[in-house]
Design a protein around this ligand. Sequence first.
Ligand SMILES: Cc1cc2nc3c(=O)[nH]c(=O)nc-3n(C[C@H](O)[C@H](O)[C@H](O)COP(=O)(O)O)c2cc1C
Length: 210
Amino acid sequence: MSKVLYIKASPMKERSNSIAAADAFVDAYKKSHPNDEVKTIDLFSMKLPDFDFIAASGKYKIMRGKPHSPEEKRAWDKIVATVAEFKDADKYVLAVPMWNFSIPYRLKQYIDVIVQPGQTFTVDSGGNYKGLVTGKPAFVVFARGGEYAKGTPAEQYDQQSKYVESILRFMGFTDIRALMVEPTLAGGPEVAEQKRNAAIEKAKQMAGEF
Ligand SMILES: Cc1cc2nc3c(=O)[nH]c(=O)nc-3n(C[C@H](O)[C@H](O)[C@H](O)COP(=O)(O)O)c2cc1C
């Protein structure tokens, strides 16, 4: 039995294009893997730990091999619990909107919480980084109001898929399967509906091979 962690990073509920495609993926996946467990986390409705002065101080202490103060330990325990939930999965599904060419702030906060030394990556004395989340596939739906296809002038503005893929790789992921839903705004409502439906169909197909 595999455990799938489904991370929703759009607040738009049933109006979200990334969630519509990722939901279709998860529904199809459940049908073809009836014994697997899917845990869903909605980043806009859950409480995420703050990553403030105390948490950052705790992070630097770990990187310098120093012990935590009681206050840092309390903050760090919350971070470690969130990381543990993340690492507990065997497979990952992410629904990610583009916001200001990048990602919604809640997903950035989640990333700032889970990307931690000794938890999801290590660094040796020579400054070499190594990801610790290995051998696990990720399926990521990227929804964008405009179009940012590879090889077009707009591609340079895409700090959404590039960033998410690079931070996943930093944590050790090598099998990242991306699905784009675009344009969800710039082409008007008919094009948006057509792109959303096409993405839903493609997501169902991709679930069979996950
Ligand atoms: C705060 C905000 C910022 C956005 N910024 C961009 C942007 O920079 N580029 C773009 O193409 N679309 C942008 N959009 C449009 C979204 O990318 C688009 O609506 C997409 O479908 C969102 O994903 P979702 O449907 O899963 O919520 C933005 C939307 C919001 C709400």
